[in-house]
Design a protein around this ligand. Structure first.
Ligand code: SF4
Ligand code: SF4
Length: 438
């Protein structure tokens, strides 16, 4: 039996998953109009291949990948292109989007299926995953085919499928593991073949015994490992350390220690792409929080406005004070509910007006609790000070770019310092300055 190692730091947030953990996934019909952003991944905006007025089929390519780490986007409905224009995005910026009037017919584009896709060669599997626009669905949005394509001479010991889902409110991966274990196992096998990984390990936090049992029943020779529940157990570097005992070096990438991590939803999307010829045009979203009348998990067409998803969850039983996309620890507050669901939207969290009040911060008391919980072994209090005072070189020297933005420091700080906010600011500035011509 595999020995699961520990990782540095971490926290134990209140368990709030029970509200939706037992709620089966409900498929949500697409709204009358969908808004499909051309940026739903890291990298450059995809380039449109349709024009205003075009009729499109469900699953049809709307925009092709730009650059080495781009990803194409496809239509979640059949209908007519109404506009290609900037629209509000979850990031808070405007992003070019293709607006489509849904004809309600669900007429699919022709799909290339394969009855036994594990027989395909690595190149063909990668091609199908890439063409389907599959990206990391755990939040990162890194194009999956690019992540599975390793530099020459690199061999992989491990493909780790991440079923930890350690963010407190998320239960989308949990439900996928309970309801679609065969797809996840197939996706894992396909990704292992595509990357040449010698072994597959599916790692699940031990607060999901039904998901562990479900995958064990279908895993065959694939190893299923229960890891202790502690946030952020599902962080890429933290997971690799727990499963392999190897530490990804500062500034390094997982393949440098012979491992690649993919999320369970991404594994399922890879299976749908290669076996069924289905591009990534929908995803499961947890809708939860005190003001939500009927919290649950919904299979949502990409491009659906948040307002439509909240309606499906019974609407609000009281006025929300804040709506956050992607959870309490790492999520982003939204200005409006007209922004669409994207490939990386795992969770919509609504807070009451009382819950949404940001506590006043007080001066740092140098208690070092933020240091004790930081899984990246950083000094959050120092990084905050560098960010606040625009001392970006020092922030860089103190490892700001190694921050995984888990929010554990914010959670634990008794002075309620906005640590992560200033660290994010410093990271953005460091990256922006690196990209300036010298
Ligand atoms: S946890 Fe807060 S108060 Fe304590 S050292 Fe860190 S920033 Fe200062
Ligand atoms: S500094 Fe970054 S990695 Fe460390 S606890 Fe804070 S958010 Fe997490």
């Amino acid at each position: 039996m595999r020995k699961v190692r520990s990782f540095f730091g971490g926290i134990y947030p209140e368990d709030v998953k029970q509200t939706t953990a037992g709620t089966p996934i409900q498929a949500l019909s697409a709204p009358e109009t969908v808004v499909v952003p051309l940026l739903q991944h890291v990298g450059l905006e995809a380039k449109p291949v349709v024009a205003k007025g075009d009729e499109v089929l469900k699953g049809q390519l709307l925009a092709e990948a730009e650059g080495a780490t781009g990803a194409p986007v496809h239509s979640p409905v059949s209908g007519k292109v109404l506009a290609i224009e900037p629209r509000p995005h979850q990031s808070g910026h405007s992003v070019t989007a293709i607006v489509i009037e849904n004809d309600g017919q669900d007429n699919w584009v022709e799909r290339t299926t394969h009855p036994d896709p594990v027989q395909l060669d690595a190149e063909e599997i990668l091609k199908r995953i890439s063409q389907a626009g599959v990206v990391g669905m755990g939040g990162a949005g890194f194009p999956t085919a690019a992540k599975l394509t390793l530099p020459k001479g690199i061999t992989l010991d491990y493909l780790i499928i991440n079923g930890c889902e350690c963010e407190p409110h998320y239960t989308t991966d949990h439900r996928l593991m309970v309801e679609y274990p065969e797809d996840i196992v197939l996706g894992a096998k396909l990704m292992a073949k595509a990357s040449g990984a010698r072994q597959i390990v599916i790692a699940i936090e031990d607060n999901k015994p039904d998901a562990i049992a479900s995958l064990k029943e279908h895993a065959g020779s694939i190893e299923i490992v229960a890891v202790p529940t502690r946030y952020p157990a599902g962080g890429e570097k933290q997971l690799i350390q727990q499963i392999t005992g190897r530490e990804v070096p500062s500034g390094g990438l997982p393949y440098q220690v012979g491992a690649v991590v993919q999320n369970v939803a991404t594994a399922r999307a890879a299976a749908l792409a290669v076996r069924d010829g289905e591009p990534l045009i929908s995803r499961v979203v947890t809708v939860t929080g005190t003001p939500i009348a009927e919290p649950g998990n919904f299979l949502v067409p990409i491009g659906t406005p948040l307002a439509h998803v909240f309606e499906a969850a019974g609407g609000f039983s009281q006025k929300p004070g804040k709506v956050v996309v992607s959870g309490a620890m790492m999520g982003q507050a939204q200005f409006g509910l007209d922004v669409p669901v994207t490939k990386t939207t795992s969770c919509l969290l609504a807070l009451t007006e009382e819950e949404a009040v940001t506590p006043d911060s007080t001066p740092c008391i140098k208690c070092a609790r933020c240091v004790d919980v930081c899984p990246a072994r950083l000094l959050p209090l120092k990084l905050e000070m560098f960010g606040m005072n625009e001392r970006f070189e020092e922030a860089h020297a103190y490892g700001a770019l190694d921050c995984i933005e888990c929010g554990a420091c914010n959670y634990i700080c008794p002075a309620k310092r906005p640590l992560l906010q200033y660290i994010r600011f410093a990271k953005m500035e460091i990256i922006a300055r690196d990209q300036l011509p010298s």
